[in-house]
Every structure is written in structure tokens, then in C-alpha cells.
Design a protein around this ligand. Structure first.
Ligand SMILES: C=C(OP(=O)(O)O)C(=O)O
Ligand SMILES: [Mg+2]
Length: 423
């Protein structure tokens, strides 16, 4: 029987140049597999804890303690066990930690091991990761949300909304959809440069100039879609991540870019106006994580028109999602494995969402790495949507390139962009 022979971890760098955990699992049959944990900037308050040392290393707080936890506490429990029972591995780590949010071992330690075990198991069975995790049922290559204009906590501009994304829904394959998106990205760069805007990039590879207001980025994107030869709405739609917890203070929403301070009701009207004017199909974190009343107002106003995604709101947590389902808040959930801490718990949350008709969007973090685990994960779980930044910068293209590879490998891939928003 194949068993886990050893687990090691080391500090490596993420895309912002900050330390993060790389875990490596060695099996008794000689299989070696690693995984690198991502890191967020606009994090939800109820996310699992990312364990950081007190001292600065490589320009950010180190993760040496998390690495030690992998090599000592976690390895002690897992060595000798079968790598093929992911649920057991993850349950043991959860019990060993013993807290609600992995504050003892660190979610970065636990997730690193969880992903590396899955990858080692797949490799030892000579299966691609998506096939190991999803079996023959994982065939949907997700429709991407590509963040091509960055604001909020991901950029040094005065744009309040964090992410302006394009969603190439009207194509028959991921390959075609990605090609169109990349053409739009390059066209947008030219349009911005022609108008004298800087074309430096934000954390997720999108452009990050200053704009007159929070609407102007949408105007630019629509121009870029058309100039690149595509039809806004029919072929390429718009998705937004407001990340509004970042501009929520004392019960109000401060849109500096528009010079406005709004109530939840007024902010919902602001979005409704955008939705009436532009081909917007999805809005993430339209209201703040603490403002469940605001979320209710937003869901009542726009829930039957567009996708309303909870990120900071649900933090990939099945208990919080269950509360949202119960209260009729949002209609979709962002899925970030490091918000909850393990592969199995991420799968549990996705299953709960899918059983209740909530769409799932697999997601990267703003601090990423060359690890493309989430590409395989999205296909395995048929999330049908993924957001992983602009079609530029290696840590983002690692995921898109892996999806190209998966689409080619699957003899009968499905790309269901056209079905996603047919409500
Ligand atoms: C990807 C996001 O950003 P971060 O990783 O900074 O939370 C997000 O808010 O959806
Ligand atoms: Mg978000």
C-alpha cells in the first residue's frame, strides 16, 4: 500500500514578493509533489488565519513558523497514512489544529499540505489532478473573469471598485474565449496609452491608471471590446468586484472617485443604474461583509437580473454560506481555498452551493504563484467560472495556460459561457 513517507515545507516568494508556504509531499512509491499557497490583500474578516512570523523577510512577514508546523506537527500525524483519502487527511489536520480558523497551525500550512497530498495522490495514480479530484464528471472548462482594470486595494489609483473584469461568454471554447480576451486586453492598453494614461499594471495584471470616476473604466473596456472586433453583451460581458468592505465606514459607502458617500440603498441604486446602462452580468461584494441588511437590499433589487457573488461575505465557509442561503442573500459564491484552509472543506462548500442553486466562481488571490492548482480544481468541481486576473503576468497565465492544456486533453470538453446567465 502506498503511504505518505515525508512532508517538508519551505518559504518561497509570491507574486508581490512576499514570503509564502511551499509544501512538498513524498510518497512511499517515490512520488514527489508540491503546492504553493496564495495570499490575499483585501481579505475577509472571517477568513482562516494565515500564520505570519513577527519579522520581515524578503519585504514581507515570514512564514517560517507555518513551515515548521508542516514539517513537525502535521508530518507527525500524516506520515504512514494513505494519500488517497483526502477527506481523512484534511479531517486529521483540522482536529490537530483544534481551532475554528486554523489559528494554531496556520491555514497556509494546512492548505499547502492539503493541496500537495492531492497532487501527490493524482501523480502516483498517473492521473491529471482535475481527473483525480473530479473523476469523469469534471468536464466543464470554466468561463473566465479577466480582471483588466485594477483599483481598490490592488492598485495605487483612486478607483474605488477593485476589479473591472471581462467575461467572454459568447464563445464555443475556452481557447477562443481566451484569445478574444487577450486581444481586448491589448486593445485596451493602446486606447489608454493614446489618451495619455499610464499602462503600468496592478497586482492582478490589469491596468491601473486614474480615472475620472468609477464608471469610466467600463466605458474604456466597452470601447476596447468593440475596437477588438467583438460584440459587448453578446460575446463579451462585464463583471465587477466592488470589494466594498474596503470602502465601508460607519454604515456608509464612500466612493472617493465619484465624490459620494452613499447608504446601502443608494449604493444599490448606483449599481442598478450601471446594470441598466452596461452589459454587466456579475457583481461581487457589492455590499460589505458586515452589512447583511445592505446585501438583502441588493439581492432584492438585482438578484433576479445579475449574478451577485459573495467573497468577503462568505469566505468560502459553508456555515456562513448556509446562513446566506437561509436569508436569501446573494446568488453565487467566490471559492478561494485559502479562505477556508483545505481541499476537502472547499469541496464541501462548493457542494452546498451547487445543491442550493448558488453559482460558484473559483478564484485566485491577489498574491499568487506559478501554482495552477485552481485551474484543475475548477474543472474537477464543474464550477463553470474562474477568476484569475489579466491575461498577462506569469502567475495569472499559469492558470489560463493550464486550462488550455486541460481543454485540449479532455476529448469532450464543455464551455458553457452562453448558458451561464440565461435566467
Ligand atoms: C482576489 C481578490 O483579492 P484578494 O486576494 O486581495 O482578496 C478578491 O477580492 O476577490
Ligand atoms: Mg473579491
Amino acid at each position: 500500500m502506498v503511504y505518505i513517507d515525508n512532508i517538508v515545507a519551505q518559504e518561497v516568494l509570491d507574486s508581490r514578493g512576499n514570503p509564502t508556504v511551499k509544501a512538498t509531499v513524498i510518497l512511499s512509491d517515490g512520488t514527489v509533489a508540491s503546492a504553493i499557497v496564495p495570499s490575499g490583500a483585501s481579505t475577509g474578516k472571517r477568513e482562516a488565519l494565515e500564520l505570519r512570523d513577527g519579522d520581515e523577510r524578503f519585504g514581507g512577514k515570514g512564514v517560517l513558523k507555518a513551515c515548521e508546523n508542516v514539517e513537525v506537527a502535521i508530518a507527525d500525524e500524516l506520515v504512514g497514512l494513505s494519500p488517497y483519502n483526502q477527506a481523512e487527511i484534511d479531517a486529521i489536520m483540522k482536529e490537530l489544529d483544534g481551532t475554528q480558523n486554523y489559528s494554531k497551525l496556520g491555514a497556509n500550512a494546512v492548505l499547502g499540505v492539503s493541496m500537495a497530498v492531492a497532487r501527490a495522490a493524482a501523480k502516483s495514480l498517473h492521473l491529471p489532478l482535475y481527473r483525480y479530484l473530479g473523476g469523469s464528471n469534471g468536464v466543464i472548462v470554466p468561463t473566465p473573469m479577466l480582471n483588466i482594470i485594477n483599483g481598490g486595494a490592488h492598485a495605487d489609483n483612486d478607483v474605488d471598485l477593485q476589479e473591472y473584469m471581462i467575461m467572454p461568454t459568447g464563445f464555443d471554447s475556452f481557447k477562443e474565449a481566451l484569445r478574444a480576451s487577450s486581444e481586448i486586453y491589448h486593445t485596451l492598453k493602446k486606447l489608454l496609452a493614446e489618451d495619455g494614461h499610464p499602462t503600468a499594471l496592478g497586482d492582478e495584471g490589469g491596468f491601473a491608471p486614474n480615472f475620472k470616476n468609477n464608471e469610466e473604466p467600463i466605458e474604456y473596456i466597452l470601447k476596447a471590446i468593440e475596437k477588438a472586433g467583438y460584440k459587448p453583451g453578446d460575446e463579451v460581458s462585464i463583471a465587477l468586484d466592488a470589494a466594498s468592505s474596503e470602502f465601508y465606514k460607519d454604515g456608509k459607502y464612500e466612493l472617493k472617485g465619484d465624490g459620494k458617500v452613499l447608504s446601502a440603498e443608494e449604493l444599490a441604486d448606483f449599481y442598478a443604474n450601471l446594470v441598466a446602462k452596461y452589459p454587466i452580468v456579475s457583481l461581487e461584494d457589492g455590499m460589505a461583509e458586515d452589512d447583511w441588511e445592505g446585501w438583502k437590499i441588493l439581492t432584492e433589487k438585482l438578484g433576479d437580473k445579475i449574478q451577485l457573488v459573495g467573497d468577503d461575505l462568505f469566505v468560502t465557509n459553508k456555515e456562513i454560506l448556509a446562513e446566506g442561503i437561509e436569508k436569501g442573500v446573494a446568488n453565487a459564491i467566490l471559492i478561494k481555498p485559502n479562505q477556508i484552509g483545505s481541499v476537502s472543506e472547499t469541496m464541501e462548500t462548493v457542494r452546498l452551493a451547487q445543491r442550493n442553486g448558488y453559482n460558484c466562481v473559483m478564484s485566485h488571490r491577489s498574491g499568487e504563484s506559478e501554482d495552477a492548482f485552481i485551474a484543475d480544481f475548477a474543472v474537477a468541481l464543474n464550477t463553470a467560472q474562474i477568476k484569475t486576473g489579466a491575461p498577462a503576468r506569469g502567475e495569472r497565465t499559469a492558470k489560463y495556460n493550464r486550462l488550455l492544456e486541460i481543454e485540449r486533453d479532455l476529448l469532450y470538453p464543455e464551455y458553457i459561457g452562453k448558458e451561464l446567465f440565461r435566467r
